[in-house]
Design a binder for this molecule. Structure first.
Ligand SMILES: Cc1cc2nc3c(=O)[nH]c(=O)nc-3n(C[C@H](O)[C@H](O)[C@H](O)COP(=O)(O)OP(=O)(O)OC[C@H]3O[C@@H](n4cnc5c(N)ncnc54)[C@H](O)[C@@H]3O)c2cc1C
Length: 328
């Protein structure tokens, strides 16, 4: 079976890697640098903790698969830092984890996720790319029969096409009748020098302009802090520079007031363009030979998404054409 995967971010690479392992003949195409868009940067948070029992279950399976990849690669992709969740989400997330049978503990109002930790995303991307060998090519259109049109005027005929093109996905699959939210926003995360030996942390308590914050160690031993600003401060029309400026002001203020052990001058800044309002969640759809995956906060689920997509493609599991499937 000949499969073209469009996109060499963590989801496209995970899909291509798993499809290859399932025996498919796979080409993975990216218009830019592999792992250079929403998957850029060194680390993310892995967590089983979610507010939806189905996502908890999928993250548990992802945890097993990250372990498998770590064993194959001889490199640990999810660290043992653990995760703490605080704020108003705790009761609902604890209930979701209980419903999914996931081990966790609530103490002093915070939820402790023992499976959570720092995800070595850059390491995982390099591991997958060494097998998948993504090629530089911009896809300009895809037909439901599996024809992939390229910017150089060429075309590739595949038995199946997987679209994991991040911000490029809506334009590629809209003509096939698959409606992927196209409204984007800007986001920026910052790193700071200082002690980094703590668990990853998600805090859902509003703090100044920030509706919530997340923190974790990075590969360089710095401490990453990101915060979610109100929609008006992250709007696409404001531009990446202005949103980064507002984010930086709010996050630095947060660090000054709550994280005094850190040097409040940011060391690095990482920008990205999430889908507006997506939050946690994964969506898959299919039109003919074309399989599509999109969502936000997908890094932690990548091996599970690869497994699901490979099962869809190789096993040809039917999903309604143009329809939406909120699994996992
Ligand atoms: C600051 C930040 C913090 C985050 N924190 C977390 C976290 O803690 N935990 C977590 O799980 N997730 C987190 N995320 C989200 C997570 O990183 C993303 O959901 C994930 O990396 C998306 O991967 P992807 O493969 O879907 O998309 P991308 O990495 O964007 O890959 C899509 C690829 O498709 C290519 N492409 C697009 N259009 C075309 C085309 N027409 N032809 C060919 N190629 C094309 C692009 O060049 C790109 O390389 C965070 C993201 C950021 C930026």
């Amino acid at each position: 079976m000949r499969v073209v995967v469009v996109g060499a971010g963590i989801v496209g690479l995970a899909s291509a890697y798993t499809l290859r392992a399932a025996g498919a003949d796979v080409r993975c195409l990216d218009a830019g640098e592999p792992m250079g868009a929403r998957s850029a940067g060194d680390t993310r948070i892995f967590r089983v903790a979610h507010g939806d029992p189905e996502l908890v279950a999928e993250a548990r399976r992802a945890s097993e698969l990250w372990d498998d990849w770590s064993l194959t690669a001889g490199r640990t992709f999810v660290g043992g830092e653990r995760l703490v969740v605080s704020g108003p989400r705790v009761p609902a997330w604890s209930a979701a984890m209980t419903a999914a049978g996931a081990i966790h503990r609530v103490a002093r109002g915070a939820l402790h996720d023992p499976a959570g930790g720092v995800l070595d995303l850059a390491g995982a991307g390099a591991f997958l790319a060494a097998t998948v060998r993504p090629e530089r090519a911009q896809v300009t259109g895809i037909d439901a029969d599996g024809t992939v049109h390229l910017a150089d005027g060429g075309a590739e005929q595949a038995d199946a096409v997987v679209v994991a093109a991040g911000a490029g996905t809506p334009a590629l699959v809209g003509p096939l009748g698959i409606d992927v939210p196209a409204e984007l926003e800007h986001h920026a995360r910052f790193t700071f020098a200082g002690p980094a030996g703590r668990p990853c942390h998600l805090d859902g308590r509003p703090d100044g302009p920030l509706a919530s914050t997340y923190q974790h160690r990075t590969a360089s031993g710095h401490w990453a802090v990101g915060g979610h600003l109100p929609d008006a401060d992250t709007a696409w029309e404001l531009g990446a520079d202005e949103v980064a400026r507002r984010s930086r002001a709010a996050v630095v203020d947060h660090v000054r007031r709550h994280l005094p052990s850190l040097d409040p001058e940011p060391v690095t800044e990482l920008r990205c363009t999430p889908i507006r309002g997506a939050g946690d969640g994964v969506h898959r759809a299919r039109a003919g030979a074309v399989h599509v995956v999109w969502g936000d906060n997908l890094a932690k689920l990548a091996p599970r998404l690869g497994e699901l997509i490979a099962a869809d493609v190789v096993g040809d599991t039917p999903v309604a054409a143009g329809g939406r499937d909120h699994a996992p």
